[in-house]
Unconditional design. Structure first.
Length: 59
């Protein structure tokens, strides 16, 4: 995903990781998962899900 290098977490401006299985972008620093809806990343902190710290990108 080339676009992934051009976008960042809106909260901390850190790197995002693509989770293909769950169709979301993960910020490991903030432990947030941003959804991808209809192929479009929704980079709003109000739409992000908090991740479980012990499981990383698994909820």
């Amino acid at each position: 995903m080339m676009l992934l290098n051009a976008i960042a977490c809106p909260k901390c401006h850190g790197q995002l990781e693509y989770n293909k299985q769950n169709q979301q972008l993960i910020c490991q620093k903030e432990l947030l998962a941003y959804p991808i809806k209809d192929g479009i990343p929704v980079l709003l902190t109000s739409e992000a899900k908090q991740l479980n710290q012990s499981h990383g990108d698994k909820e």
